[in-house]
Ligand binder design. Structure first.
Ligand code: C2E
Ligand code: CA
Ligand code: CA
Length: 399
């Protein structure tokens, strides 16, 4: 078998297996390339190889891959440049970088440049297949999300005058309270937790989206997020049955130091709190998000990806957040019993989540038919008007 050196299709080697996804492995050391690709083929992947960055770039021009594994230091086009090129063609393509030098700096550089993960040579081949498997699943997830987004589309909001807005926003903060909506476990039809949803009596900002939009325009998201966390924290002691509290975060809230500060209102209850981060907005600074999420986990918080299927259809949220929960957006749940495509996409999302060890919440369940389809697809948790509407703490529910 020969390896690709110039990118001709006849020059590259294809190892069969294939059912699990296509992987392109790039390394200028023949022996390593051989070992990696055989191992991955044994693990069930369809593997193609290239012995240089340039050869790999040529292959990327011609074919689609699910995962790229590339050495960083190669003569000519190096791994980081290859990564940039690959991501330019397919923003969702996960690239795993391999480095021979164990210095922290090269790891940081790899992750900064948007690598899915990095491995330091020599590494256990088990580890390689584990990383590739996860990358492959997340790539599938990213594709499904795009499909879901095409299926249900997006939305927008109107403008308001700044000073008037400021006054309204202050009134909204002053009159704010939190509604709670039960989230129910399918397995035993018991309470898992409540999602906290903000409410205010300010007529000019009649729903949470309007309050959030105002906060964004006025650059006062910090004030809003802090007030939400303060209000939720006051209720935790009254909720003695151990139910979890699902609290919505704006992407900006992640940067707020009070989120993790020792006197942060939710910190003492972290083990009972799941922070929901929406897919509607993209998370921009990968390195910061990664670090913040690590801090939150260390304190005991868990993470949910919210509105799956409704927003930015990228790979990043999953790779960065490694969520414990995923919430399927209600636009995918609505009428799922009468829509084969929705059923297929949601079914696949649930099975990918299961493989990743993530619990799935079906949101916005309004009818018995929607509930029953979600249950039959293996959804772990349900939330929606059928079970209970959001209300003053803490509402009861029916199945
Ligand atoms: P979300 O996080 O997706 O919350 C679920 C929304 O669906 C809530 O709307 C809830 O009242 C509504 N809902 C629940 N079950 C059903 C159902 O069966 N049918 C229908 N049609 N709707 C249902 P809500 O309370 O108006 O909140 C809207 C959005 O505002 C939330 O969407 C969330 O993105 C945001 N939000 C609410 N509270 C907060 C907060 O404290 N902080 C942040 N950052 N965002 C919040
Ligand atoms: Ca939510
Ligand atoms: Ca949601």
């Amino acid at each position: 078998m020969s390896n690709a050196t110039g990118g001709q299709s006849s020059g590259n080697r294809k190892l069969q297996g294939g059912a699990r996804g296509r992987v392109l492995v790039v390394d200028d050391e023949d022996q390593l390339l051989d070992a990696y690709s055989r191992w991955l083929a044994r693990a069930g992947f369809e593997v193609e190889t290239a012995t240089s960055g340039t050869a790999a770039a040529a292959l990327l021009e011609k074919a689609e891959y699910d995962v790229v594994v590339s050495d960083i230091s190669m003569p000519g086009l190096d791994g980081v440049s290859l990564l940039r090129l690959a991501r330019g063609r397919d923003a969702d393509l996960p690239v795993v970088l391999v480095t021979g030098s164990p210095e922290l700096q090269s790891a940081i550089e790899a992750l900064r440049s948007g690598a899915f993960d990095y491995l330091v040579k020599p590494f256990d081949l088990e580890k390689l297949s584990h990383v590739v498997e996860r990358a492959n699943l997340l790539h599938r997830m990213a594709r499904l999300k795009r499909e879901a987004l095409n299926l249900v589309g997006g939305g927008g909001l109107g403008l308001a005058d700044r000073t008037a807005l400021e006054v309204s926003f202050d009134r909204a903060l002053a009159s704010m309270w939190m509604a709670y909506q039960p989230i129910i476990r399918v397995e035993d039809r018991a309470l898992c937790g409540y999602e906290a949803l903000l409410r205010s009596d300010e007529k000019a900002l009649p729903h949470p989206g309007a309050v959030l939009d105002a906060a964004e325009r006025l650059e006062r998201l910090d004030d809003l997020g802090r007030h939400v966390r303060h209000l939720v924290a006051k209720r935790v002691p009254q909720n003695s049955d151990g139910a979890l509290l699902f609290v919505n975060l704006h992407a900006r809230d992640l940067e707020d130091p009070t989120l993790t500060a020792p006197d942060g209102p939710l910190v003492p209850y972290a083990r009972r709190v799941v922070l929901e981060i929406t897919e509607r907005a993209s998370l921009d600074d990968a390195a910061t998000v990664r670090a913040r999420v690590a801090d939150l986990r260390a304190l005991g918080f868990r993470i949910a990806v919210d509105d799956l299927g409704a927003g930015y259809a990228g790979l990043t949220s999953f790779a960065l957040l490694e969520p414990e929960f995923v919430k399927i957006d209600m636009s995918l749940v609505r009428g799922i019993d009468a829509n084969t495509t929705k059923r297929k996409v949601v079914g696949s999302l649930i099975s990918v989540c299961r493989e990743l060890g993530i619990q799935v919440v079906g949101e916005g369940v309004e009818t018995v038919q929607e509930r029953d389809v979600l249950v039959s697809l293996g959804c772990d948790l349900l939330q929606g008007y059928l079970l209970a509407k959001p209300d003053r703490p803490f509402p009861s529910f029916t199945w």
